[in-house]
Design a binder for this molecule. Structure first.
Ligand code: 23J
Ligand code: MN
Length: 257
């Protein structure tokens, strides 16, 4: 009997399976989250040349990079939040690699977010999705499709007089996803909490609840519009930073073409 992996590479070669890159380009122009000025901010990316086939290295080109762990398309580990600080295997280097791969459940809330940039996903939205597509399986990546990644320039962070306005999850939705024992939640916005979530109770409820339960986050995803609601698998493996709270990463989905 042919192994599922034999069939997998055959289907990739035949084009009946496709690879969708859910990753934003990473560079000096990559937007970073803005927090209230009383808190320390995370630096965006800087890139500096070491050599470029020149006196500093005649046959080689390479760069030095500097950036906050939570820059661009990135992974949030449970240790990122105080609620997850004492959990086992809560850092980028200790999470078992098995937990980086899971089936994707893509919840489309594009319309709601077009009408209201402060839209919050609720348990009702998740339950409606489950009625249409079946229960969210254990170990799933739940991806919130907002089309926010299509926003250009300042409209992405969407900062107003009263702070950022971007969609997120109601705390009860995060609690339901924990009850479903997901791997974590992925979003198209700069962080896995709503723009206004600093003033929610608790502050940043999705981080508070998900990381407290040992679950992960994926931020600044794109191309979710190329995924089916179910039937894709997602591979999201952060750099093995020792004691890391997260890392930029390449997020890949594989689904029927
Ligand atoms: C620190 C404080 C609040 C937030 C975040 C980080 C993130 O979104 C992040 O990148 O983890 S909301
Ligand atoms: Mn983060």
């Amino acid at each position: 009997m042919p192994s599922v992996l034999t069939q997998f590479v055959a289907e990739l070669a035949a084009g009946t399976l496709k690879v969708v890159d859910l990753t934003q380009p990473l560079g000096p122009d990559t937007p970073v989250i803005g927090l209230p000025p009383i808190f320390a901010s995370s630096p965006g990316m800087t890139i500096e040349q070491i050599s470029h086939y020149d006196d500093k290295g005649p046959a080689w080109y390479w760069n030095t990079i500097r950036l906050g762990e939570h820059t661009g398309t990135h992974f949030d580990a449970p240790v990122h939040w105080v609620t997850g600080k004492d959990l086992a295997d809560n850092t980028t280097d200790t999470i078992p690699a098995r937990r980086f791969i899971g089936p994707a459940c893509v919840i489309d809330v594009v319309q709601q977010c077009a009408e209201n940039p402060d839209f919050l996903l609720t348990p009702e939205h998740i339950q409606d999705w489950e009625l249409a597509h079946g229960p969210i399986p254990t170990g799933a990546w739940v991806l919130m499709r907002t089309d926010w990644s299509k926003r250009q320039g300042a409209n992405f962070l969407n900062v107003g007089e009263d702070g950022p306005h971007a969609p997120g999850l109601h705390r009860a939705a995060s609690e339901l996803l924990v009850a479903r024992d997901v791997l974590g939640v992925g979003v198209e916005t700069v962080g896995t909490d709503a723009g206004q979530a600093g003033s929610f109770e608790p502050p940043f409820p999705n981080h508070h609840i998900m990381h407290g339960a040992g679950k992960f986050g994926l931020a600044s995803l794109c191309n979710l519009d190329q995924l089916p609601p179910t039937g894709a698998i997602v591979i999201a493996a952060p750099l093995k930073i020792v004691g890391g709270s997260g890392s930029p990463l390449r997020v890949l989905a594989i689904c029927p073409a």
